[in-house]
Design a protein around this ligand. Structure first.
Ligand code: HEC
Ligand code: HEC
Length: 291
């Protein structure tokens, strides 16, 4: 009798764990948007750095995947996100794509590892995300497998990601602040969600989420690279031009030295393609945000 009770308790705990750690998509029915704008999709694809992570350094194909990201638990290999039906995302619906990019849930209802910065992309508008998909689907499919993650047990268990999500992930839509200028709000959207500058410039807490008490406080990446702090007063003192053109186009640090770290150079490949207005928006947000 006693064994039966213990067994029942164990089974209930197990069932409870399965329910708690389950991945539930946010979008459950087909969505309807205005017609998709492929030019906006291309712009957002670059601004969001999708190609920076999802290209293999060998093949230089933007969507092939195969880039390796170091984490404390092993290596994540970025997947092929080309419209290949066999190796990429060619069979995905808009809904599948929204769930992946904004909520970190796969079409077969598994959690994605947060090396895919969906916690930031959660704030993207549905329109921007679907436009990105339209752009991706206009590109050539790449018919090769990117490779498998090499993570240590138990960190390879996707259900565990639900714990990370519980602590660090909040699905909330981006809301413009009506007391701020349009430029500030655009900058907020670009910095926090699209270009996700904080993924590198904000230190991590012990749960490996971004430390919201110290935004842009500078950090050391998992690969050991030092990432400088972005202090509003300092950026302001250096002046708009030093950031808008110096850093974000000419790859010059604020002290005038060239930027040498590949991580930021990859970002600059994308900020260079932004309109000047968007780069000014980034500067405005970084210098005027509340601390
Ligand atoms: C910092 C690197 C990084 C950036 C930037 C990034 N991704 Fe990813 N992405 C990843 C990693 C790593 C995975 C694998 C996650 C996993 O297996 O759990 C992934 C997975 C995906 C998947 C799931 C593919 C599949 O086969 O299940 C899609 C779709 C995707 N990314 C699209 C995008 C788009 C669109 C963007 C730009 C808006 C983007 N990614 C930006 C790293 C990145
Ligand atoms: C993938 C990681 C990563 C992301 C994302 C990233 N940065 Fe950086 N950033 C770096 C690193 C690393 C450096 C230092 C580069 C060097 O010293 O060669 C840097 C340097 C800088 C500097 C120069 C600071 C100084 O003191 O000279 C500025 C400004 C900056 N980044 C702004 C941004 C903005 C704005 C974004 C978002 C659009 C961004 N970064 C996104 C990693 C990143």
């Amino acid at each position: 009798m006693r064994l039966l009770k213990i067994g029942l308790v164990l089974i209930s705990v197990l069932l409870l764990l399965i329910v708690i750690t389950d991945a539930r998509p946010e979008y459950e029915s087909p969505i309807s948007l205005t017609a998709s704008d492929i030019n906006n999709g291309k712009y957002m694809f670059y601004a969001a750095g999708c190609g920076s992570c999802h290209q293999s350094l060998q093949s230089q194909q933007r969507l092939s995947g195969g880039d390796e990201l170091k984490t404390p638990f092993g290596i994540l290999v970025t997947p092929n996100i080309s419209p290949s039906v066999t190796h990429g995302i060619g069979s995905w619906s808009d809904m599948d794509f929204l769930n992946a990019v904004k909520t970190g849930v796969s079409p077969d209802r598994k959690h994605y590892f947060p090396g895919f910065p969906y916690a930031r992309y959660a704030g993207l508008t549905d329109q921007d995300v679907v436009d990105i998909k339209t752009y991706i689907f206009s590109l050539e499919p790449v018919n090769s497998f990117a490779g498998q993650h090499r993570l240590l047990f138990p960190f390879n268990l996707r259900r565990l990601i639900s714990l990370w999500k519980a602590a660090n992930f909040n699905f909330s839509r981006f809301l413009a602040d009506s007391t701020q200028s349009a430029l500030f709000n655009r900058g907020h959207y670009l910095v926090e969600h699209v270009a996700h500058c904080g993924e590198c410039h904000t230190p991590r807490n012990i749960l490996l989420g971004l430390d919201q008490d110290n935004p842009f406080g500078g950090s050391v990446g998992f690969d050991g690279v030092n990432v400088p702090a972005l202090v509003p007063e300092f950026l302001q003192a250096m002046g708009e031009n030093a950031v808008v053109n110096g850093v974000l186009v000419n790859a010059q640090r604020l002290n005038g030295k060239p930027i040498t770290q590949n991580k930021m150079l990859e970002v600059i490949k994308t900020t260079r393609l932004m309109t000047k207005n968007d780069r000014r928006a980034i500067y405005t947000y970084l210098t005027e945000r509340n601390e």
